[in-house]
Write a protein that binds this ligand. Structure first.
Ligand code: CP
Length: 308
């Protein structure tokens, strides 16, 4: 057992859908406690973590690594390009190997939606799986850092007017966030190109023209245009996207003084958001990255608590 005053205990974290509201709020509050230096935490033995990223990442990969080192975990290097993945090793066999080596936690990003199902269903694999993003499926740690950022700003989620705008169908961030924000009482709007909207999102919010709601919003959550998932089939230029759907300086001026702008990053500057607005007073993009370290510490702690 680790010595901790945290409350949440998890075997794996692969999707937001299986977390209760109490667990979500517990992880957020614990992230805040780590950020404010109030959290008590120590390890009773050596623990190993491996970060296995089969898709590109800067923030998720490196903030998990910072979080692991802050908690005192031993971080095992893994580079898919120089591993036996090159010899045809499957994801299952890579994780089976990590488990056999005694790695306690594997943080995994992989292009296949739901890749984690066969891993957590395995009777042999003992390592805990933390999903660092599965294709266009889920991104639970990004969702939790987004929630922590909103919670730090407003202290609650109930009746907050939040617009999620942009590349909705390809975004794992959008899917994780819409499910949980609706459950926590937020009023959701969706905006962006119609071709990147799906009627399956209707149960969570209302599809709108961003200019019809911009003055009412508490949170404007911009999504990255995921060029790598489009196969060159975008029907508009970057300039046209920015003008019609992006955060221009004109739209920024219409936001309430208390409104905040979020973006999971990496940002396509002058596409989703004007270059000059990335660090503007209402922008919380840097705060999101900072909070990512602390909420990931809370996630890792909850996983360690689950290892009894
Ligand atoms: N937001 C996010 O997931 O960024 P990375 O792809 O850099 O990890």
């Amino acid at each position: 057992m680790v010595v901790t005053d945290g409350q949440v205990s998890l075997k794996h974290l692969v999707t937001m859908e299986t977390l209760t509201n109490d667990e979500v709020l517990g992880l957020i509050e614990r992230g805040v406690a780590f950020k404010e230096g109030r959290a008590e935490f120590s390890l009773d033995r050596q623990y190993f973590a491996a970060n296995l990223f089969f898709e590109s990442s800067t923030r998720t990969h490196k903030s998990f690594e910072v979080a692991e080192r802050k908690l005192g975990l031993d971080v095992i290097e893994f580079d898919a390009k120089t591993s036996s993945v090159n010899k045809g090793e499957t994801l299952y066999d890579t994780i089976l190997t990590m488990s056999a080596l005694g790695v306690d936690i594997c943080v995994v990003r992989h292009q296949e939606v739901d890749y984690y199902k066969q891993l957590i269903d395995s009777r042999t694999i003992q390592t805990a799986i933390v999903n660092g993003g599965d294709g266009s499926g889920q991104h639970p740690s990004q969702c939790l850092l987004d929630l922590m950022t909103i919670y730090q700003e407003f202290g609650h989620f109930d009746q907050l007017k939040i617009a999620i705008t942009g590349d909705l169908t390809h975004s794992r961030v959008a899917k994780s966030n819409m499910q949980i924000l609706k459950r926590l009482g937020a009023k959701l709007y969706f905006a962006g190109p119609k071709e990147w909207y799906s009627s399956e999102f209707d149960v969570y919010g209302t599809y709108v023209d961003i200019d019809d709601v911009i003055e009412e919003l508490d949170v404007l959550m911009l999504l990255r245009v995921q060029h790598e998932r489009h196969d060159g089939k975008e029907s508009f230029s970057k300039e046209a996207y920015h003008k019609q759907f992006g955060l221009t300086t004109e739209r920024y001026a219409k936001l309430k003084d208390t409104a905040i702008i979020m973006h999971p990053a990496p940002v396509n500057r002058d596409v989703e958001i004007a270059d000059s607005l990335v660090e503007a007073p209402k922008a919380r993009i840097v705060a999101q990255m900072q909070n990512g370290v602390f909420v990931r510490m809370a996630i890792l702690e909850a996983i360690l608590r689950g290892k009894v």
